[in-house]
Design a protein around this ligand. Structure first.
Ligand code: LLP
Length: 430
């Protein structure tokens, strides 16, 4: 199996950043998320440089929803990243990580007045999703005695080759304002006293392995930018969103690179902006590409059994990685202590959750393994821990970070006390 270079095999053991996964588990237990910091840095710089090569004013905003661990966000902040934040919580994390407010975009399709107030107070730009939101924001900025800088989220009505649950710019999607109604929305914004439109934003979906849909989106955004410029909007940024996918099937999926994206998409953007006579910043919001393959989820085999087929029951389920259950997503599985052996066993890897759908990996060909062995589930750095839960009252597992020869927890494991700690006893039960 093709592996990214931070994953290697030494003496038949899978290593991440040079650290033996079986050893890590001996020290930290299972389940365990393990992330290579160096890989995250490498992916960020790769993305940033590929685009900057084509256009001088590029801003990479990390999609914080993909992985909200402060240790990673801090590293990205130090490399100059901004962030796409989709909640007050993500905004707090981005600021605490040291990201500068002018590099943040507050996104969201259903913001509360408190969200809008926070965004105004922190001076971050806001991607407005509806006219209702525009007018609430105008009033909130007026009360704060300030002017909020905004863009609208454009729905470009584009079909994209991905799972339907993660296509976000279809004509039927809940996000944004239909592209044909966008000029009218900006006209309304221009008439507001405490809102200043300075950008436009779109995001067409996630895990997209073909760059053509991004080209189509850029074409829509260029067309809109021209109309807006004629209307007198001074565009400071055009945000093309995130969505570049990674090859989950390591040997067979296409693996478009940031260079492929940059070479096809940026010229469309550049020519369009030149035609408008403007040079706004080009913003992009990758999440998955920056962090997905940096991380493995290590899980112990609690038991194996043969019924109508062979099962491996492991200690991580959809409480820790919901993507296979939610999107039928494919994650490579490696027997961490027998990583390069021939695949001889067909088995389905299932979690400990009381649900039939708690399957991490159906019908896989794996090398021989037994009770007590460690399986590594790959490509779990994006939307893995970020979407975890305490379902079945299972405390969440720790997250470990590796940098060169150093290893440290970047999040401790939860305990039962973390689960019961927020529960209150109603007075009549005392
Ligand atoms: N910008 C916006 C406005 C977004 O909504 C998203 C993701 C991104 C950027 C980052 O997209 P990325 O580069 O990571 O594809 N939980 C799903 C993915 C949901 C993505 C939602 N929005 C999964 O596990 O596949």
């Amino acid at each position: 199996m093709k592996l990214p270079h931070h994953l290697t095999i030494k003496d038949h053991h899978l290593c991440i950043g040079g650290h033996d996964c079986v050893r890590l588990v001996q020290e930290y237990g299972t389940p365990l998320y393990v992330t290579s910091e160096d890989r995250v840095c490498e992916q960020f710089l790769h993305y940033k440089e590929a685009l900057s090569h084509q256009y001088p004013k590029v801003q990479v905003l990390f999609a914080a929803k993909a992985n909200g661990n402060l240790a990673l966000m801090r590293v990205l902040a130090q490399l100059g990243a901004g962030a796409d934040v989709f909640s007050a919580g993500e905004l707090h994390l981005a600021l605490e990580a040291g990201m500068r407010p002018e590099k943040l975009l507050f996104n969201g399709s259903s913001k509360t007045p408190a969200d809008l107030k926070l965004a105004v107070e922190k001076g971050v730009k806001i991607s407005v999703d509806s006219l209702d939101e525009l007018h609430q924001l105008d009033a909130i900025a007026r009360a704060a005695g300030t002017i909020a800088k905004i863009g609208f989220r454009v729905n470009p009505a584009l079909e994209v080759p991905t799972h339907p649950k993660i296509a976000t710019g279809l004509a039927t999607s809940k996000f944004g304002i239909p592209h044909e109604k966008i000029p009218a929305a900006y006209a309304e914004a221009l008439a507001c006293k405490n809102v200043k439109p300075v950008g436009i934003h779109c995001h067409i979906g996630s895990q997209i392995l073909d760059v053509e849909p991004f080209v189509r989106a850029a074409e829509v955004m260029v067309r809109i930018a021209k109309e807006l410029t004629h209307m007198g909007v001074q565009l400071e940024f055009v945000d093309l969103g995130g969505g570049l996918g990674i090859p989950y099937h390591h040997d067979t999926d296409p693996a478009p690179t940031p260079e492929d994206y940059a070479k096809k998409v940026v010229p469309v953007f550049k020519a369009g902006m030149a035609a408008c006579g403007i040079t706004p910043e080009l913003w992009v919001e990758p999440g998955r590409f920056l962090v997905a393959d940096s991380t493995v989820l290590l899980t112990r085999v609690n038991s194996t059994k043969m019924t109508h087929k062979s099962f491996a029951n492991v200690d991580a389920g959809f409480n820790l990685l919901i993507r296979p259950a939610m999107y039928d997503s494919y994650h490579e599985v490696i027997v961490a202590g027998n990583a390069d052996a021939a695949t001889t066993t067909e088995c389905t890897v299932t979690g400990p959750i009381c649900e039939t759908g708690d399957i991490l990996a159906p019908d896989r060909k794996l090398p021989k393994f037994a009770l007590g062995d460690i399986l590594a589930v790959l490509d779990t750095g994006a939307y893995g821990y970020a979407m975890s839960s305490q379902y079945n009252s299972r405390p969440r597992c720790p997250e470990l970070l590796i940098k060169g020869s150093q290893v440290a927890l970047m999040r401790r494991g939860e305990t039962i006390a973390d689960i019961t700690g927020t529960m209150l006893r109603p007075p009549w039960q005392r």
